[in-house]
Write a protein that binds this ligand. Structure first.
Ligand code: SF4
Length: 382
């Protein structure tokens, strides 16, 4: 259910002032189920979506870190309920209810042994400051990665993790890239954590270190005005409009994402677009329209070094059964007979498009990009 911002007053005595602090007097609309407040300009134009978790758990270890009180205060002021200990959900929830409820829960924790997995093709290494995402996209790769209760886990020891990333850079002679969104969309919680902002400032000063962030969210105000030195590439994840309407939930519209990408480009960030997942069942026309939409959003042209990444749809057996348990009747194309079974690098198999179909799509998509967005570099098509 959606209610006007003033109705938030009924949530508790601190709430009015806190929401005003978040929205800075901009009117907002609260989606009670997802915990998102959409800030609106005038009466209808959305300008950003602000995520307010229902509950924030903080582990005893996390309380030992100096940043934790600041984060807790930010969550408290936004209206989240703060609890000590490990997260727990009520018993007896269906898979769908459990999934939806967990997406409104944040856990402040400590990553005691930061580990930087290989992150090809998007970067050299993962940089995991946050795990999870409040979005509810049906096709999401996190459906399996986050288990049955996909809480949003925030590591409060950001400095330790960045220091380790810096060590990796010092050991290498060439450029080293880190992906800040490989197991998360870290942007919805950035206003509370400031973790990506710190990583942006950190990599600005590491000669051979580069950060890459990809998001679907538009609450990007924290990134403006940072001394990023163009060392961080901000990418927006986009889907063709018809698949966005069918499969993406709890995320901003394509128009809002393109507007946010434009403002980040104006702030000097190198930008890019990750088109994912690419569904090939209806040909490439939906993506031709999406590329045109990108072009039209940048009336005076895209910045010179804009990039594109394409990831075609794939699924595992486990993902299919989890998706269908959480969203019975999902119309995601997941017929094994239409796909090729391929062993992945993590030791489990996935269903991908057959090689010939994939090669043909890659050639056709490249031609579309050259025609509609000339000069934009395709980094990979997988
Ligand atoms: S926004 Fe990205 S990470 Fe979040 S649910 Fe959607 S696909 Fe998954």
């Amino acid at each position: 259910m959606r209610v006007q911002c003033f109705a938030i007053r009924s949530f508790g005595k601190h709430r009015v002032q806190d929401i005003c602090a978040i929205t800075q007097q901009v009117p907002g609309v609260l989606d009670e189920q997802s915990g998102f407040i959409t800030l609106v300009r005038g009466n209808t134009t959305p300008v950003a979506s602000v995520f307010v978790p229902q509950t924030v758990f903080v582990t005893p270890k996390a309380l030992e870190y100096p940043d934790t009180p600041r984060m807790l205060e930010a969550f408290r002021r936004a209206g989240s309920v703060i609890l000590r200990g490990s997260p727990r959900l009520q018993r007896g929830l269906t898979a769908a209810a459990r999934y939806a409820r967990a997406k409104t829960v944040v856990v402040l924790t400590v990553d005691e042994k930061p580990f930087f997995r290989n992150c090809r093709p998007s970067a050299d290494y993962e940089l995991n400051l946050v795990r999870g995402c409040p979005g509810m996209c049906e096709y999401c790769y996190l459906q399996t990665a986050m288990g049955s209760s996909p809480y949003i886990r925030i590591s409060v020891n950001v400095e330790d993790i960045l220091e380790k990333a810096g060590e990796i850079c010092r050991q290498k002679s060439g450029a080293v890239t880190f992906e800040g969104s490989s197991v998360s969309d870290p942007v919805p919680v950035e206003r509370y954590t400031k973790a990506i902002s710190r990583a942006i400032s950190f990599f600005a000063k590491i000669p051979n270190g580069y950060l890459r962030v990809v998001t679907k969210f538009t609450d990007v105000g924290n990134f403006f005005g940072l001394d990023h030195r163009r060392k961080t590439r901000m990418r927006y994840s986009l889907e063709a409009q018809e698949f966005h309407q069918e499969f993406e939930r709890g995320v901003p519209s394509l128009e809002e994402r393109l507007e946010a990408a434009r403002t980040l480009a104006e702030d000097g960030y190198p930008i890019g677009f990750v088109i994912a997942p690419v569904f090939l069942e209806r040909g490439l026309e939906p993506y031709e329209r999406l590329l045109t939409m990108i072009k039209e959003a940048f009336a005076s042209g895209l910045p010179e070094d804009t990039t594109l990444e394409f990831v075609t749809h794939r699924f595992t057996e486990r993902a299919k059964s989890l998706i269908l348990a959480r969203r019975p009747g999902s119309r995601l194309p997941m017929r094994e007979d239409d796909r090729l079974f391929k062993m992945g690098r993590f030791g489990y198999g996935k269903y991908v498009y057959p090689a010939e179909k994939l090669a043909h799509a890659k050639t056709s998509m490249t031609e579309l990009v050259e025609r509609i967005l000339p000069g934009v570099r395709i980094e990979y098509f997988v």
